[in-house]
Ligand binder design. Sequence first.
Ligand SMILES: NC(=O)c1ccc[n+]([C@@H]2O[C@H](COP(=O)([O-])OP(=O)(O)OC[C@H]3O[C@@H](n4cnc5c(N)ncnc54)[C@H](O)[C@@H]3O)[C@@H](O)[C@H]2O)c1
Length: 355
Amino acid sequence: MAMTGSATEGSAQAESAAAAQFAIIPGAQVHAALRGREQEIVQVVEAAYRVHCAGDSVNPPSYFLRFPDRPSSRIIALPASIGGEVRVDGLKWISSFPDNVAAGIPRASAVLILNDHDTGYPFACLESSIISATRTAALAASAADWLTRGRRRPTRVGFVGVGLIARYIHTFLVETGWCFEDIAVHDLSVESAAGFRGYLERSGTSQVTVLDEPEQLIRSSDLVIFATTAGQPHVSDMTYFEHNPLVLHVSLRDIAPQIVLASTNIVDDVEHCLKANTSPHLAEQLTGNRDFVHGTLDDVIGGRVTPPADRPLVFSPFGLGVLDLAVGKYVYDDVVRSAELHVIDDFFHEMQRYG
Ligand SMILES: NC(=O)c1ccc[n+]([C@@H]2O[C@H](COP(=O)([O-])OP(=O)(O)OC[C@H]3O[C@@H](n4cnc5c(N)ncnc54)[C@H](O)[C@@H]3O)[C@@H](O)[C@H]2O)c1
């Protein structure tokens, strides 16, 4: 019986592999599937994040491919597997080449491969810089929401580093109900600051202040968002934060470990976030312990941690591959429903074991 069962199972797998299709989903389709659905995407990302925190995922450490001849660049591999309703495996492969920006193309480029849960077959390759920015902004918006419940909502936001990620975070905040009286902007690049200001003005924001230094921005904002490409801390004066703002430390390496230690720290995932010389990782190296981490966003959502209001509140999200999978699968399902899936004929060729 066991043999029959296993043979049946084997032949079912062979059939499903034979039926395996491989599709390519370009950026325009990804964009169309996600545009205008920010509230729904926040729920998708939050649900996937909670599935991960409940243990129904595999999310090994990201692998950083670095190059001795191009030290500022890297390509990161994020393999992952998520259960729950998404139930898919896959890999995000994302490059960061900061010099691209001066050459007029975005810093980050990425693909996401989705693998079938039962056969392991890759069934789609999606343009993924949009998916990556979307899942990052969605989790940031979720964190901003959960970390301000029961408090006065920030109305003065400051963005330090204003590239694609800052734009997506702003869009997600606005589309999930945030209103800002004033938006402060600081970027080392005059062109980036001007570009972001232009985006804000086109999206209906009139109160935009561009600042040359982060100090005034941080002091005047009750929500501070870091989305730079800084490789090491460049903000180290604790007094900038004495009004106890909420800090979304999305770029992870901007604030000195002393500021981390003087703040309430919430992370997405402790094991992931305390790696790769992030500011929380530097704080761990400085103290030799992790006592400064007050909990995860999941702890806050689950009511197990209530951050105190008498210190700066810093959210550091390392970024989890499972979230890319959830958004990628959402896009895939949407494109399938639209009947516009671009399948590559006969992508898998050697399907008979002995020819
Ligand atoms: N935590 C996550 O889940 C996650 C996910 C995606 C991206 N990120 C990070 O977000 C950051 C921003 O990504 P992006 O695609 O918007 O990059 P980008 O290159 O488009 O923009 C970054 C901007 O930061 C500015 N900048 C660099 N150093 C600065 C400094 N010290 N002070 C002020 N401005 C500075 C640059 O001039 C640039 O305009 C990157 O570090 C990226 O790794 C994090």
